[in-house]
Design a protein around this ligand. Structure first.
Ligand code: DP6
Length: 415
């Protein structure tokens, strides 16, 4: 049997605590400011990607969640794949010069098969984990000698936030100053093991409207918002330093306050965009209010919300506070039981569906009082709750986990 040149990896989702919003170069995806994120566990949210290179393939092909997509139609996909191929080509040339036998993988077409372990219906963006998985798989397949930070530049040209998903734990994307983007890359600020008590609760808020994409929204912000210029010039540089110090010291109240303030400012800058952009809805705002009420009842900052370019909330809290928070959230945002069938929540990681959370009751009298004061929001305002934690970076899987069959076609394809 001839050798199969293939790699399968998984890559995580990340949620920024200092937001990336704005590009100084749209083609290379160079940001106007540095950003910092927390990588979430791949046990709950990840993209798995298999890439095979073969001299028998006639064209590059890609299947996303079982559906074939046109690679050539996406400049970003083409950019990422071409950049990785160039790195492989350089390696092959070096090997040839050194008299080392080399396989001409850079010349062969590839088949890419990619699947998310979370349903699209969860309303969570998957471009970060998707591009990080693509680049990790290419890096593994091509045996690229570049460091993870160097490879994060290749993920960055696919989608900015994807460069941060190349690492686990706490990750900074350094904006850089170079015109060619050489210094615009991700670095790990701290590993997952540094602060394993940090957990995240994702609240998927239903939203019928289609939001303005991050890519389009941030471009309009750069062009029209006066507040944005101030954010980039003074606020973010200081916050990056403060956030790194908070993480180094595992200072949750400090981490949490910066997280909430930065999310608030990001959404303020969106409202200052002309025409204004508004991503948060009534449920998002109610969740922010609930978090502040929770913190007030504890007499300390015990939880922090953050929102990206959509209404979903991510709440960070330490494990010691998480149970009370989950109880409070599930009381105040009841599930829409009568209307939606059970099959609507097929995922095992939703706390609604998880058996050990099924018998939730308000156990702490202070939480009971708080829940009664806040009251119940309309059932179904929060469609899904995902309880997860800080996670590791991309993982290389064994060949048995491949998404491609012997012929190099998806094992599971949808019509
Ligand atoms: C609000 O990375 O999706 O989530 O670079 O155009 O692909 P492109 O944008 P994208 O923007 C993410 C914006 C954000 C904040 C963040 O993740 O830092």
């Amino acid at each position: 049997m001839s050798t199969v040149y293939e790699a399968t990896v998984t890559a995580p989702v990340n949620i920024a605590v200092i937001k990336y919003w704005g590009k100084r170069d749209s083609a290379l995806i160079l940001p106007t400011n540095s950003s910092l994120s927390v990588t979430l566990s791949q046990d709950h949210l990840s993209t798995r990607t298999t890439i095979r290179a073969s001299p028998e393939f006639t064209t590059d092909r890609l299947w996303l969640n079982g559906v074939e997509e046109d690679i050539a139609a996406s400049k970003r996909l083409v950019n990422s794949i071409t950049t990785a191929r160039k790195l492989r080509k350089a390696l092959e040339l070096r090997q040839q010069n050194d008299g080392i036998a080399t396989v001409p993988l850079s010349q062969w077409r590839i088949h890419v098969c990619s699947e998310n372990n979370f349903p699209t219906a969860a309303g969570l963006a998957s471009s970060a984990s998707g591009y990080a998985a693509l680049v990790s798989a290419l890096g593994t397949l091509y045996k690229l000698p570049q460091t993870t930070s160097e490879l994060s530049r290749v993920a960055r040209v696919g989608s900015g936030s994807a460069c941060r998903s190349m690492f686990g734990g706490f990750v900074a994307w350094q904006a850089g100053v170079a015109d060619d983007g050489n210094d615009s890359l991700a670095v790990q600020v701290a590993s997952r093991e540094h602060w394993p008590e940090l957990q995240a609760l994702i609240l998927v808020a239903s939203d019928k409207k289609k939001a303005i994409s991050s890519t389009a929204g941030m471009q309009t912000t750069v062009e029209t918002s006066a507040l944005f210029a101030e954010r980039v010039r003074t606020v973010v540089p200081q916050r990056m330093e403060d956030m790194k110090a908070a993480i180094a010291a595992r200072d949750f109240p400090r981490f949490a306050e910066i997280t909430m303030r930065d999310s608030n400012q990001f959404h303020a800058v969106c409202l200052d965009t002309y025409p204004p952009i508004s991503y948060m809805n009534d449920t998002s705002r109610a969740i922010a209010g609930l978090v502040h009420a929770f913190n007030a009842s504890r007499g300390r900052v015990a939880a922090a919300y953050t929102y990206d370019a959509g209404p979903n909330a991510v709440i960070y809290a330490l494990s010691t506070d998480m149970r009370d928070l989950v109880e409070l959230v599930t009381y105040c945002f009841p599930r829409e039981e009568c209307v939606l069938p059970e099959a609507f929540y097929p995922d095992p990681f939703s706390v609604f569906a998880s058996p050990d959370q099924a018998g939730l009751h308000l156990s702490d009298p202070a939480v009971v009082k708080l829940a009664e004061t806040i009251g119940k929001f309309p059932a179904g305002s929060v469609r899904r709750i995902i309880h997860t934690e800080v996670g590791d970076g991309p993982r290389v899987l064994p060949a048995s986990q491949s998404l491609l069959n012997d012929a190099g076609m998806p094992k599971r394809a949808r019509e």
